[in-house]
Design a protein around this ligand. Sequence first.
Ligand code: 3H9
Length: 703
Amino acid sequence: MSEAVSYELQDEIGVISVNNPPVNALAQIVREGILRSLELAQEDDSKAIVLCCEGRTFIAGADITEFGKPPREPGLPKVLSAIENSSKPVVAAIHGTALGGGFEVALACHYRCAIKSAKVGLPEVKLGLLPGAGGTQRVPRIAGVKAALDMITSGNPVAVPKAHNMGLIDALLDGDDLLSASVRYAMGLIESGAPLKRIRDINIDSKELEPDFFENARKKLARRARGQIAQDRIVSCIEAAVELPIDEGLERERELFLELVSSPESAAMRHIFFAERQAAKIKDLPKDAALRPINKVAVIGGGTMGGGIAMCFANVGIPVVLLEVNDEALDRGLGIIRKNYNITVQKGKLPENQMEQRISLISGTTNYEDIADVDMVIEAVFENVDLKKEIFGKLDSVCKQGAILATNTSYQDVDIISEATARPQDVVGMHFFSPANVMKLLEVVRGEKTSDDVLATVMQIGKKIRKVCALSRVCYGFIGNRMLGGYGREAQMLLLDGCTPSQVDSALEGFGMAMGPLAMGDLAGLDVGYKAREARTDLPDDPKLYRMGTLLVEMGRHGQKTGSGFYKYDPETRKRVADPEVEDRIIEEANKLGIERRAVSDDEILARCFYPLINEGAKILEEGIAQRASDIDVVYIYGYAFPVAKGGPMHYADAVGLKNVYDKICEFRDRYGEEYWSPAPLLKQLAEEGKSFAEWDKERSGS
Ligand code: 3H9
């Protein structure tokens, strides 16, 4: 048939088998292969057709690499109508994950059978898209409008037993041999004279819907949109499913899909899809680098960070020992873990028995001898290099040979820490983000001497504990925190120049940041930055620098925990409120410094805050701290809540145009001085060559 699709007659069943590794994406050859197989099946002696897949999964969706390129025939809708209009029943046999266009193929079939471990879903929204091959029209017809809206706007996969209850799957199959079971199922359908069931023929019952159902859904989704437009268009499609005949609904869906596929938001989100997978790959590491087994882990330090890290391992069934300095601290640490799990149970996100099972995997100790047998240790004590060195010295003397010794430091030099051991090749940085059990990012820090198998193991374990990993070399703050310096600095400088805290935060939140930098400072505690600055010797002696943050701390306004910082906080709701006292103080300070305050536009706020990120990102790239510009984007999306619809700071810079970014940085340099605004040589070079960071990555993708 074709390399990717085969067709054969097994007794009275025509079997179409897709084989397009790794995930059987619906590339052009697959679409064509299915279409031609269907044509053959219409003519031969088959009485029913089974559509199944080889390898690890059913079709996992359209081929995302084809988006943005000229369309190639046959389009997916054409394949789906051929399935739906087949004169013989077509049965989808699902294993692995039937996602996106893959699940839409299954929905066009007359029957769907699946093994219980499989999942189905329409994750298009996570790529800034909507299901463009009938998903928005067919799911409401079998699962109901509300369930369809939830499923498609969340994009989350549904386990097959639940999908069966929702009516999305007709039969659950047992056993390992899906093909034989599905052929038997198809035979059963023929024997019982089962009709050609077409979802398109089902009428939607919209009586359950309140009159303002769609309007309310739109408003609710808009609150979390952060620049994404796909959710809104999905609501429109489902509304069309309710109001229009199916062919018109399909037309509407197609129109809105095409709008989204060419939108910058979807381009950004597709960029992140591939960037995330790239980031897990270390360029100079052999593909077959040996892995060390990790069956037991220890975490040093039972604070918020250590506890969160311990939970990550317990959540995937790996036993963890939490080590603290004394019983009191240990009890407190274990107590916080229990409390966190309890909250998840109360929210209905974890069954109680699973909580107990996870907690039973976490034990505590105050004795280093008890962690002698672990395969990996993660140190998560506070940021003091001497303390960390002392701990690594102890680990070196007690831990078994081959154990991976990781530090969760956010700033310290991993190489200096490794010198406290006689095995620097086993030392690595694993920088989690707070709260560690929630935040997806794991920055893996490669020391000068970290061995290949340690790195490969950490990348693999990172995926296992469901983190998105990105590799950084050693530097102050690694990728993420090093870049953040200029962002926070400019947010405060803008206050002196003429902004209120609300204006700065609103502009950045309007762009899609989950929280503006000043509100974020209040949340983290302004005293944290204050103390960190006190310890630094490299900051310029400039009275403007962090002026307001410093003053507020000296006024006792440490942020949310003291009820006030850049804002006042309502003690009950914790809602932030603008504080005239702060605004007066800003004016007073600007006057003292001789700064003439002026109206500042939102565009200037974005440029002043984001361009330092981009500029530092370019320096990080040319120094080889990050492997790729796209890795930097991954760090910012998953660790710093940069809006995914903007694709991360480096993708955003490409969208703005590097020449524009560079020119603006030069303008700021001339206005505010070289010490804050010195353009990165790489940025200058790319701007002059008319290139993007994406092109820079591509040129180096082989190396
Ligand atoms: C869609 O269907 C639109 C339709 O409604 C309408 C059309 C008209 N295409 O994730 P992994 C690659 S939109 C191309 O590491 P896992 C991936 O880049 C689509 N490539 O594996 C990676 O490549 P590499 C809706 C794809 O086992 C390799 O496969 N569907 C695609 O951890 C392995 O991927 C989705 O959004 C693709 N669709 O997870 C599903 N998918 O090795 C997207 C994967 O070079 N996919 N690749 O780095 C997934 O969620 C996961 O890949 C999956 C497997 C759960 C399937």
